[in-house]
Structure formats: structure tokens, C-alpha cells
Design a protein around this ligand. Structure first.
Ligand code: BGC
Length: 752
């Protein structure tokens, strides 16, 4: 395709037309110039391809497909290879179905457990979210199919999602909300990015030039097209100027007309329109660089979905009851054993070609089933509980399959609390009283409160594990697969503990992110707050040792990289995978920072007795915070902890590195600068002494009369004193001219 030539030949109407969809899932073709349409489909954890007519709410039908574990689960795998494989699989499915761009992954930060769409999102941690997104994108795109990384930016709740404004300070945006997208964009180059519905600091994402153009393209080098979330456009010419190329699903030509009028009126330059057209055409061209393939093997894909689900499950608690023995009498209790909840509602809803429950795969010679509750209604049914209690009493182990029903979490609305249905809590209480060996298997897309936690022996979090979740649950319960998932989010004891609790959902359309950078474990760890299960937590059936943590240097400059190695050994008797988590703990200096932040992770498989050395390479960004004064990430000089942990609360090995910042900022001293800051300049002392002597304040008598602590007091009074105050405090002995001279000399003092 000679794209430049095509643009030259396109009429203004054709160009404006190309910038909006032909229908729900297609762009427009320009047949006379040989421009074909492209097909987009949801995503993220399966393919929801609809025939020509469609909807974006997950209500209409779609082609039968394979539903893989949702983002909440795949993130818990902490496994780049696994999510890359998921991407490849989806890419192949797209190829077979003629889909050119898959609408996913969704990298939004889990700010609150209440967000209705948390099940689609990866983590409360931006590094983990971005890494998972990057590898998903690489997998899909390796098959010649594009992705749409979404929802850019700061779409962290469903409540009023099309009008609310996420009010976020710059540092928090950079370190948390942008960071969740940043590495994914830089490292994996998604073909497209979907802007979110909401506003950010007052400006709609769709018309936010700062993020769509300056950051995305200018700073991160994004070169694909930006598509609106479905219906997110509100001012088409302004959006286009800001960097929004494609409006989906379109506005029946009405917004195209506005583009034409704006170009004719000189409000919108034709160059800007040409740029958007060119970006879209480049993706059209890429889309047709690969052919549609033959139908793909859904059964094989189902088997993969089962394998993946097993690797995502998180064993939260286990007091010696798991794995189960295949010869033990076990009672499966709860409707989810028979009809698991395995995906969430909304645009990601997959028409699964088949599903597999734990009860389907159970060996009925040893396992019994009791329904326990009706998933659709939260009404405690005494007869069902009685039946469950009897089943539990007759078994060695009772496994309650519980979690959140569909209506509790979905795209489109938020949860109003973090509790499970009362009927399920009551069932767990009753069963655990009847049988001391009670295990709970949880199906949910976001944390829940567990009032019964001390009464049960084990809890297995299977999240929304996709259509094969039942089989995968059996694999883990019976020990055919060693559990190796780790929490990608903290489970607080109660909702009120969550850092966003006081301001979540906001007032009207204003949602203030007042917890700032202290999202998830960054907050709980800083507050030393007790949590139900910390970020990174997950148990195993075997045991691993972490030893011999080594750093490639004891001292580095911020321009250097640091290599970190640690030996991991399987010291248990079963083969299995584990996750090595690396946290960086910044120095406690002038800047307010989290206690530790995840900056590396690796998942490895080890046979019993086997050991491997795992290595990480850290560069400046791993040590940095965003300095809003200079508008850059910087790593201040100091001693940084390098920690290997089994969770953010369980650090097993630690070392430290002394980092020196190569380009320190020069403090510009002025009349308002306080002495404390002046004294931080390395060669300021002689000049300070000179002027302080002139003040002649060393009247020891008055200090003594102030009693104990007077010296400290005088020191801090001086320390906190701005330079201009020397005039009054010295009784006029120091003049403004003296201070100006002092300032000039100190500012000439070189680059500190
Ligand atoms: C959702 C997107 C989705 C789109 C198309 C929107 O409502 O927010 O995630 O890709 O619809 O279905």
C-alpha cells in the first residue's frame, strides 16, 4: 500500500469517514482506493466476535470461543511466559476468525477492591500490571494480530465511568497510573491504544493531548492509532487534535461531518486529519500482512485453558489438609462446584464453547456433592445447609466452592461492599463446625472479606479461572499441579482498611485520589497494617529455599545497572513452580516513599532437590521516584535495600547498594530559602558561618534560660529560618544587601 499516495487521493469526506467505525466492530473500507476494513473484537481473556450487528455490553450473542482465565487470575501467575502463551493462543483464534485487532489487555490499576471491573485488570502494582500487559501484547502480535491496550487512563471505577474526573497529582500519575501502561507501550509496541471514558484532572481522556500525544507518542514512542472506548467521544474535532485517531463505534456520520466542518472552517488542520488517517492506514496495512488461517483447535485450547488456570491459583492458607488424597471421602459443597463462576459480566463476556466443573471431573466413588446455596439469590436456605452439613460429616474433608455471584461484580457498576453473600458465609460456618477439615475454594474477581478464616483449614483462590477452571481446581486440590500463584493484590481484612476507602467513588463527578502513590501494599506496608493476605502471598505443596543473594556491586551510579542473583532450591518432596519476587526499598530521606516496591519477578520450575540461580538486572528506574519539580524520574543518592521476598511482608534475603546520583539538582538559593536547605550544599558552610557570625546571635545566656533542649531549639529555629529573616533576627546587623551578596556567592558556588 502506498499510504501517502492513498491519502493524497482521498477526499476530505473519505478521510473524515475513515476516522470512525462503519459499525460496532469494523472500520470503513475505501473500496475505490483498495483500502480494506479491519475487524476488532473484545478481549481480553477470550474472543467475543460478534457477527455484523453487535453490542459492547456483552448482552448480544457471539461466536462460540474459549474462555481463558481473566486478568485477575493471569496476573496471579506472575508468569510472563504463561501470559505470552495466552496472547499467542488468542492471536491464533483471531486469525482463524478474521479478527485483526483484539481489544485488550486491560492494564488499569486496582485502586479499590470495589471496582466492578477488577476481574479484568491485573494488579494494584504498576510494574506487575505493565509486565503482564507487555507479554500479552507480544504474544498476540507475534501472530500478526493487533492489540488495544486499555483503558488509558485512570479508569479505576465503573461508577459514573463516562463522566467522572479522576483527580490525580502528577507524581501519582507517573509512578502508579501511567506506569501501569508505560513499559507495556515501550516494550511491546501495541498496534492500538484505547482511551478511557473518564476525565483526568478535568479533561476527558479522549481529548487529553497531554496523555494521548505528549506522553504516549512524545515520551513513550507509541506509533499506532488511538481508538476511543466505545462511545467515549464527546467533541470530535477537539479529540482528533488531542491525538484520538479512531472513533468507535461511530456516530452515524454525524461526527465525521463535524470533522469536515472544522477543517473547512480552519479550526482543525487537514494535516492533523491526515496524520490520523495515516496511523489508521498503517494498521490496516499490517492487518493484511497475514492471512486468515483455518479454524483452530478449540479442544486443544480448552486443555491449555485448564493448564493456565492451574498455574494461576493462589493457595492462601493450608494447615495440612491439601493436597487431598484420591482415596479419601470428600464432600464437594456449593453450587460453584457444579456450575463454577469463571468469568465476569460485560464486554469481556465469552460465549464458551464448553465448560468444565469440578463436579464433572470428580471421581464419584469417593466424592459426594451438596448444593449448599443458590448462587443467584442471597437467601440462606436451611434445608440446603442441613444437607451440606450431613455431607460434610460423612466425609474426611469438606470442600466448599464459594465466591461472588455474577451480580456482585461486573463491568458497568461497582461493588458496594467487600463481603460474600451471607448465605455462603453461613454455609462455610456451618460446614466448618461439622467437619474440622474444611477447605474453601473461592471464585471471585476481587478480594472478599473472610469472617470464617480461622475456622477453615485451607483456602484456595481460583479467581475467575476461565471455562476449564473446574478441572484445574481438581488438579490443584489433588496435587497433580503444585499451586504457584501469588497475589497480585492485597486482601485487606475489611474494606475500610483500603487506602482509597475514604474517597472511593468520589462526590458527583469528582474522584480525588487522595491516597496518592500509596495504593495497595505501598499503603499497608507503610502503615504496618495487618492484612488478611499480603501482596505476593501464595503457598505451595513443596518448599523452596532462597539463599546467596548477591549484587554485582556494592556501590553504583544511577547510570549503571545492578545485577542481582539469588539461588533458589526446591527443598521439598514435590516438583513445582515458585515465584522469586524482588523488591527495592528506598532510603528514608527527604522524599516520602513506600517501604518497598516490586521491581522484578521470575517464575521458575524446580524438581525436588533441584536449584537454580535467578538473576535480575536493575537500572535507574527501579530506584526512582518522580520528581515533579524537574518533571523527571530520579534516583536520589543513598542506600537502597534489595530484597527477595515471598510476599511484600515476607522478606527472605536482603542486601543493600549505595547509589550515587550523577546529576544532582542545583538548589537555587533565594531570600526564602531556609538555612537547613542551604546547609545541604556541600561547600556552603564557610559562607554560612560568615553571615551567621555577623548576626551575632550567640547569646548563650538566653539559650540557657530556655532550659533543656535549648541548643536543639536554637539549631532548629536557625535551620527553619529563611535567609531574609536574618535582618529582623539580627537586629539589623545583617542587611538585605549582605543577604543578596551571600545569595550571589552561594549560587555561584558551582554545580553541587
Ligand atoms: C468497554 C471496552 C470494550 C468496548 C467494546 C466498552 O464498553 O469499556 O473495554 O472493549 O466496550 O466492547
Amino acid at each position: 500500500m502506498d499510504i501517502r499516495k492513498i491519502i493524497e487521493e482521498m477526499t476530505l469526506e473519505e478521510k473524515a469517514g475513515l476516522c470512525s467505525g462503519a459499525d460496532f466492530w469494523h472500520t470503513k473500507a475505501v473500496e475505490r482506493l483498495g483500502v480494506k476494513r479491519i475487524t476488532m473484537s473484545d478481549g481480553p481473556h477470550g474472543l467475543r466476535r460478534q457477527e455484523e450487528e453487535g453490542d459492547h455490553l456483552g448482552m448480544g450473542g457471539s461466536v462460540p470461543a474459549v474462555c481463558f482465565p481473566a486478568g485477575c487470575a493471569t496476573a496471579a501467575s506472575f508468569d510472563r511466559e504463561l501470559i505470552h502463551m495466552l496472547g499467542e493462543e488468542l492471536g491464533e483464534e483471531c486469525r482463524a476468525e478474521g479478527v485483526n485487532v483484539l481489544l485488550g489487555p486491560a492494564a488499569n490499576i486496582k485502586r479499590s477492591p470495589l471496582c466492578g471491573r477488577n476481574f479484568e485488570y491485573f494488579s494494584e502494582d504498576p510494574y506487575l500490571a505493565s509486565q503482564m500487559a507487555a507479554n500479552y501484547i507480544k504474544g498476540v502480535q507475534s501472530k500478526g494480530v493487533g492489540t488495544s491496550l486499555k483503558h488509558f487512563l485512570a479508569n479505576n471505577q465503573e461508577h459514573r465511568r463516562m463522566s467522572s474526573s479522576s483527580e490525580i497529582d502528577e507524581r501519582t500519575l507517573r509512578e502508579i497510573y501511567l506506569a501501569a501502561f508505560e513499559e507495556a507501550v515501550k516494550e511491546s509496541k501495541p498496534w492500538t491504544i484505547m482511551c478511557s471514558y473518564n476525565r483526568i484532572n478535568g479533561t476527558y481522556a479522549a481529548e487529553n493531548k497531554k496523555f494521548l500525544t505528549d506522553v504516549l507518542r512524545g515520551e513513550w514512542g507509541f506509533d499506532g492509532f488511538v481508538v476511543s472506548d466505545w462511545g467515549a467521544v464527546n467533541n470530535r474535532p477537539a479529540d482528533l487534535t488531542a491525538g484520538l485517531d479512531l472513533e468507535m463505534p461511530g456516530s452515524f456520520g454525524m461526527n465525521d461531518e463535524k470533522i469536515i466542518e472544522a477543517v473547512k472552517a480552519g479550526i482543525l488542520s487537514e494535516e492533523a486529519l491526515n496524520t490520523a488517517v495515516e496511523r489508521i492506514l498503517r494498521i490496516v496495512e499490517k492487518s493484511y500482512a497475514v492471512d486468515k488461517t483455518a479454524p483452530y483447535d478449540k479442544e486443544a485450547s480448552h486443555a491449555l485453558a485448564r493448564k493456565m488456570a492451574g498455574e494461576c491459583m493462589v493457595l492462601l492458607k493450608n494447615e495440612g489438609v491439601l493436597p487431598l488424597s484420591k482415596e479419601d471421602k470428600v464432600a464437594f459443597i456449593g453450587e460453584f462446584a457444579e456450575k463454577p463462576r469463571y468469568q465476569g459480566g460485560g464486554s469481556s463476556h465469552i460465549n464458551s464453547f464448553k465448560t468444565e466443573s469440578a463436579w464433572d471431573g470428580a471421581n464419584k466413588a469417593y466424592v459426594t456433592y451438596a448444593r449448599g446455596y443458590f448462587a443467584g439469590e442471597d437467601k440462606t436456605d436451611e434445608a440446603l445447609i442441613k444437607e451440606a452439613v450431613e455431607a460434610a460429616k460423612a466425609a474426611k474433608t469438606a470442600v466448599v466452592f464459594a465466591g461472588l455471584p455474577d451480580s456482585y461484580e461486573s463491568e458497568g457498576y461497582d461493588r458496594s461492599h467487600m463481603r460474600m453473600p451471607d448465605c455462603q458465609n453461613a454455609l462455610i460456618e456451618a460446614v466448618s463446625e461439622a467437619n474440622p477439615n474444611t477447605v474453601v475454594v473461592l471464585h471471585n474477581g476481587s478480594p472478599v472479606e473472610m469472617p470464617w478464616i480461622n475456622k477453615v483449614k485451607a483456602v484456595l483462590e481460583v479467581y475467575l479461572g476461565g471455562q476449564a477452571v473446574g478441572g484445574a481446581t481438581l488438579d490443584v486440590l489433588y496435587g497433580d499441579v503444585n499451586p504457584s500463584g501469588r497475589l497480585a493484590e492485597t486482601f485487606p481484612i475489611q474494606l475500610e482498611d483500603n487506602p482509597s476507602y475514604l474517597y472511593y467513588r468520589g462526590e458527583g463527578d469528582t474522584v480525588e485520589y487522595r491516597e496518592g502513590i500509596f495504593v495497595g501494599y505501598r499503603y499497608y506496608d507503610k502503615k504496618k497494617m495487618e492484612v488478611l493476605f499480603p501482596f505476593g502471598h501464595g503457598l505451595s505443596y513443596t518448599e523452596f529455599s532462597f539463599t546467596n543473594l548477591k549484587l554485582s556491586a556494592a556501590e553504583i551510579k544511577d547510570t549503571d545497572t545492578l545485577e542481582v542473583t539469588v539461588d533458589v532450591k526446591n527443598i521439598g518432596s514435590r516438583a513445582g513452580k515458585t515465584v522469586v519476587q524482588l523488591y527495592v526499598s528506598p532510603p528514608t530521606g527527604d522524599v516520602i516513599r513506600p517501604v518497598r516496591e516490586l521491581k522484578g519477578f521470575e517464575k521458575i520450575f524446580l524438581a525436588p532437590g533441584e536449584s537454580k540461580t535467578v538473576s535480575f538486572v536493575l537500572s535507574k528506574r527501579a530506584f526512582s521516584y518522580f520528581d515533579t519539580e524537574i518533571g523527571e524520574f530520579r534516583a536520589p543518592s543513598g542506600e537502597y535495600g534489595i530484597e527477595i521476598g515471598a510476599s511484600s511482608r515476607n522478606i527472605l534475603q536482603s542486601a543493600s547498594v549505595k547509589l550515587t546520583e550523577s546529576k544532582s539538582r542545583r538548589l537555587k538559593v533565594g531570600m526564602d530559602t531556609i538555612f537547613l536547605d542551604v546547609l545541604k550544599l556541600p561547600d556552603a558552610m564557610p559562607l554560612v558561618n560568615e553571615i551567621v557570625r555577623k548576626m551575632d546571635v550567640a547569646d548563650a545566656g538566653s539559650a540557657e534560660s530556655m532550659g533543656e533542649g535549648a541548643a536543639e531549639m536554637v539549631e532548629s529555629v536557625l535551620g527553619y529560618m529563611p535567609l531574609h529573616a536574618m535582618v529582623s533576627f539580627s537586629g539589623g546587623k545583617v542587611t538585605f544587601a549582605d543577604i543578596e551578596d551571600f545569595i550571589r556567592r552561594i549560587n555561584e558556588g558551582g554545580d553541587f
